[in-house]
Ligand binder design. Structure first.
Ligand code: FES
Length: 137
């Protein structure tokens, strides 16, 4: 503990006082090469600390809402999952991939307005039953 106390009370202040820190902006231009080298450890440490602090605060922020795809469907759920029995598909069905359909998960054509408004190019997933192959004789 004595070592840390000496480091903080004596060694670090003496080191900082010995640095060639200019007292004006114009003084920066007058620093010699060896003075710049003496500043490198301090400037590097300050830069790393600033970067780590910035990253710590940045990660805690929620993503902006404009990055979200789903704007209103089942927002109370942690994940939107729709199950469809494959036997209930019928001959053809279109599933929404733009998240704007009022009949979600079925496409209601809302993607057309979304594409017009945003310049996007999304469309539905269309599932279609294959035509039965005619038997050959
Ligand atoms: S309404 Fe969303 S893909 Fe058609």
């Amino acid at each position: 503990m004595e070592f840390i106390a000496t480091l903080i009370r004596v060694t670090l202040p003496n080191y900082l006082q010995s640095l060639p820190i200019p007292s004006s902006v114009m003084g920066i231009a007058k620093l010699t090469g060896s003075e710049w080298l003496r500043l490198v450890p301090v400037v590097g440490t300050i830069t790393v600390l600033a970067y780590v602090t910035y990253q710590a605060f940045r990660k805690g922020k929620a993503p902006p809402s404009d990055l979200r795809v789903n704007l209103r469907i089942m927002k109370e759920a942690s994940k939107v999952v729709n199950m469809v029995d494959i036997e209930d598909l019928g001959d053809k069905v279109s599933y929404c991939r733009c998240w704007r359909s009022k009949k979600f998960p079925i496409c209601d054509g809302s993607h057309n307005k979304h594409n017009e408004d945003t310049g996007d190019n999304v469309g539905p997933l269309v599932l279609k039953r294959r035509e039965p192959v005619a038997a050959t004789k």
